[in-house]
Design a protein around this ligand. Structure first.
Ligand SMILES: [Zn+2]
Ligand SMILES: [Zn+2]
Length: 400
């Protein structure tokens, strides 16, 4: 487990050596040629992705939505290997970051791999929460085969997730675990079992809990069966206080399971943009155990939540650009496909009170100038008037 974190570190090392497009652009790969059609669609529907708005990911969204309406995504494929694109973000203090764009699809040959950038990003988002848990409880809610057909849309899966975890007050959904006193937790669906390619959704839920008496487990199981409307449904539970095991659970739950869209093409389309990483409750407590590699994961987690790791300010991201443009930039690796870029020098800003005093001075000065200009004009006109009078008198004298 810890070795995985070492792996993250190793990855950083190799990226540091060969920065730029060569480091991130893989060579030609047979499996990607299959994906040419989607790329063609992408260009047709949204122009060349990345060159200008719309964003690359929006372009993909359009295409996938288009595809999911035709019932299947067979034959529709991607030419580019992730990451084909990157975006640059900047906070108000001029700290700049490059983020490689990964499609994050579980069946992407790059993103779907264990320890992929997408996987590390998901893990980084959760590990800080996991570290607040002294004893980690791990539920797996499974669906009996006869009801799996009912949960084949985003809406249905969303609803089911809420029913199991924290509920939804606005929609009057009661959350099974929250109502039983699990005040905070993390939830994520796996779509297939480890060794099967048959649609087999099961909801992984991580909570703060230790030993749960059989009576309460039975009650949870009965409530779950009740939600599904079946006489019996399987819920597995285990817990651990051993740190490497907790890390393993976090890593395991955040891994991809839908490793090939051909396993269930309709669901591959239906799940587009499904928010699979859920957390509920407050996660602002103290960290109670350390994780190796945490120093590397923290900035990744910050950037994942849209904040600058350097100063904590919001990072504003620009439009997608082709990954080749990263070449030639001075980059410091952050990890998981993030890079620190050279800062923009901070804009010179004066404190507010100084600014307002300067403004008043400016107003006063303007007023002075106006008065002076007026005075000069009056003097000038007076002088001109005097001149005119003198000239007139002169001519009068000469002529008469
Ligand atoms: Zn991908
Ligand atoms: Zn910053």
């Amino acid at each position: 487990m810890i070795s995985w974190l070492h792996h993250v570190g190793e990855g950083l090392g190799s990226f540091a050596v060969c920065r730029g497009a060569e480091a991130v652009l893989p060579g030609p790969d047979q499996s990607f040629r299959e994906e040419a059609v989607l790329q063609a669609h992408l260009r047709q529907t949204s122009g060349v992705p990345g060159a200008a708005p719309p964003h690359y990911l929006d372009a993909v969204a359009n295409v996938v939505q288009l595809i999911s309406t035709v019932d299947t995504i067979s034959g529709i494929e991607l030419l580019d290997k992730c990451p084909g694109y990157f975006i640059v973000g900047e906070c108000k203090n001029g700290h700049r970051w490059a983020k490689e764009l990964y499609c994050g699809r579980e069946w992407c040959p790059v993103c779907g791999e264990d320890d992929s950038m997408a996987h590390v990003r998901r893990f980084a988002r959760w590990v800080g929460k996991g570290q607040q848990v002294v004893s980690m409880g791990y539920f797996v809610f499974t669906l009996p085969e006869e009801v799996r057909g009912r949960y084949r849309s985003k809406a249905k899966l969303n609803e089911l997730t809420k029913q199991v975890t924290c509920g939804d007050k606005s929609r009057r959904i009661e959350g099974l675990l929250k109502s039983m006193g699990f005040d905070r937790g993390l939830a994520r669906w796996h779509w297939f079992g480890d060794k099967s390619t048959k649609w087999h959704p099961h909801l992984n839920v991580i909570v703060e809990a230790g030993f749960i008496p059989q009576g309460q487990l039975d009650a949870i199981r009965a409530a779950w069966a009740g939600i599904l409307g079946v006489p019996d449904a399987v819920v597995n539970y285990s817990f651990t206080t051993i740190v490497p095991k907790m890390v393993h659970i976090l890593k395991y739950v955040t891994r991809a399971t839908f490793r090939n869209y051909k396993w269930d093409e309709k669901m591959a389309g239906a799940l587009y943009n499904f928010r699979n990483m859920r957390s509920w409750g407050k996660w602002d407590g103290p960290v109670v155990w350390a994780v190796e590699g945490k120093a590397q994961l923290e900035p990744i987690a910050k950037l994942e939540s849209g904040l600058c790791p350097q100063c904590g300010e919001v990072v504003k991201w620009g439009h997608a650009q082709g990954i080749a443009r990263l070449q030639g930039e001075v980059l410091v690796p952050v990890g998981a496909g993030y890079w620190r870029m050279a800062d923009i020098p901070p804009r010179f800003e004066l404190p507010d009170d100084v600014k307002s005093r300067l403004y008043l001075m400016k107003l006063a000065h303007l007023a002075e100038v106006r008065v002076l200009t007026h005075k000069v004009r009056v003097d000038l006109e007076e002088k001109r008037g005097n001149d005119a009078e003198y000239q007139a008198a002169l001519w009068r004298d000469l002529l008469n």
